[in-house]
Ligand binder design. Structure first.
Ligand SMILES: Cc1cc2nc3c(=O)[nH]c(=O)nc-3n(C[C@H](O)[C@H](O)[C@H](O)COP(=O)(O)OP(=O)(O)OC[C@H]3O[C@@H](n4cnc5c(N)ncnc54)[C@H](O)[C@@H]3O)c2cc1C
Length: 405
């Protein structure tokens, strides 16, 4: 069988893969580049199942990659949307404290906004009520830069920009094996074999499998965390003017159940964070024996389970008991009732966990002489996709000065 050869192959047609491919193509129009994606369309996994928020970068450790990428990402995502005529809305966000403990944490978070250079304003109870009559709280942080967009559209537009520059996309093809030698990296796929001088893997929920297939030693495993949503009925679409977030638990990497205005005019409630038993299974009772088996034999998984046992149980309880889920939102939006919570598709987060049980909070990369694997691209990676792609291009250029090609 004929082996197709490329200068660069990018695995993954999510927003990180397409952003990287497009930017690499802009920098090196003379190179042959291919995106391989196992689904028939782009953005079928995390990129197409998220809250659609263009995050301003409130929460992140100052100086971390997350903080740096997000700050640039918000500006570059909006510029890209303007150029491509993709609808977006800079509606702003409110982080609402509902009790004394949350109020204390809210002040700490406000300090972090300032450290990260995020435009923000503290609101007292009355100011909050004035801004959002349907929301109740003891105080809030107002972040005007936060926006909303459909990331599926952003990702597909990036893929089109890439293709317009003349390069190849192979949809519906799964990478099954990766072998590297001194001259190239060979890929065995569900549809023939490919060879590339350099490989970039952006495989999201499958990131650990791809890096291990390649034979690179790493100390992490992907644990899938389902993010379950509800949607409010259409007559509630005017309920809020901003996005409404709770004050997050600092020991947990997720942001808590929020009210999100979507770009199509609807409002979603969620997501929560419950353990998933199938990495790419969006139904509530999906189970995959390989995915579950791999978790069961991972020491990191058990350590996470023990460390977060109580909060994990609470999340599971609220996942099956709708009234419990509702209470999380009623804390700051008391007028919502049970029949306001309509079904909405879930998303699944690829959470990297180290063997010592650490839930990785920042971006994580692994490299070999001829490859770079994006091992962990957590939220707000959709917001940050353009700076991440740019960073990957810089890293390849710094490492090799393109001497390999
Ligand atoms: C519930 C939820 C809410 C979120 N909310 C936000 C938000 O509001 N704002 C924000 O900025 N971020 C948010 N995020 C995070 C953001 O969506 C992700 O970080 C981002 O989409 C990751 O993009 P990716 O390209 O790395 O992964 P993905 O979009 O998952 O893409 C990976 C791709 O790799 C492909 N692939 C895997 N294995 C193979 C193989 N063997 N061969 C070929 N192809 C393969 C997959 O099919 C997939 O298409 C959220 C995430 C979730 C799950």
């Amino acid at each position: 069988m004929i082996q197709k050869t490329y200068d660069y192959i990018i695995i993954g047609g999510g927003i990180i893969g397409t952003s990287t491919a497009w930017q690499l193509q802009k920098r090196r129009p003379d190179r042959k580049i291919l995106i391989i994606e196992k689904e028939e369309q782009f953005a079928r996994h995390q990129t197409g199942h998220n809250s659609g928020v263009i995050h301003a970068g409130v929460y992140y450790q100052p100086g971390s990659l997350k903080a740096r990428f997000c700050k640039r990402g918000v500006v570059e995502t909006i510029n890209f949307c303007r150029q491509q005529e993709i609808p977006y809305d800079r509606c702003g966000k409110l982080l609402v404290a509902t009790d004394a403990g949350e109020l204390e944490r809210m002040h700490a978070l406000y300090g972090r906004c300032r450290e990260n250079g995020i435009v923000s304003e503290l609101l007292d109870k009355e100011q909050l009520a004035e801004r959002e009559p349907a929301v109740t709280g003891s105080g809030a942080i107002f972040v005007p830069e936060t926006g909303i967009v459909d990331y599926k559209k952003v990702c597909t537009a990036m893929a089109h920009c890439f293709q317009e520059l003349g390069d190849d996309v192979a949809l519906g093809i799964r990478v099954r094996d990766i072998r590297e030698n001194e001259q190239c990296v060979n890929l065995v796929t569900s549809c023939g074999s490919y060879s590339t001088k350099y490989l970039i893997s952006c495989a999201g929920l499958m990131a650990d499998r791809l890096v291990r297939l390649h034979g690179i030693e790493v100390d992490f495993q992907i644990i899938p965390f389902r993010g379950e949503y509800y949607r409010l009925p259409p007559h509630r679409n005017g309920l809020i003017r901003h996005l409404i977030y709770p004050i997050p638990d600092p020991y947990f990497p997720f942001l808590g159940v929020h009210l999100t205005r979507m770009i199509d005019g609807s409002i979603t409630v969620g997501p929560n964070a419950v353990l998933g038993w199938k990495r790419e299974g969006y139904g509530r009772f999906n189970l995959d024996l390989r995915d579950t088996g791999e978790m069961m034999v991972s020491t990191g998984f058990w350590k996470v389970l023990i460390a977060h046992f109580c909060s994990g149980l609470r999340e599971m309880e609220n996942s099956v008991w709708k009234r419990g889920y509702l209470k999380l939102v009623q804390k700051y939006c008391p007028q919502l009732v049970l029949h306001d919570l309509l079904p909405h598709p879930a998303g699944i987060r690829a959470q990297a966990v180290l063997s010592d049980g650490t839930l990785v909070q920042d971006f994580l990369f692994a490299e070999s002489p001829r490859s770079l694997h994006v091992c962990h691209a957590p939220s707000p990676a959709a917001t940050s996709a353009i700076p991440i792609g740019d960073y990957i291009c810089d890293r390849i250029q710094e490492k090799h000065h393109d001497a390999l090609l």
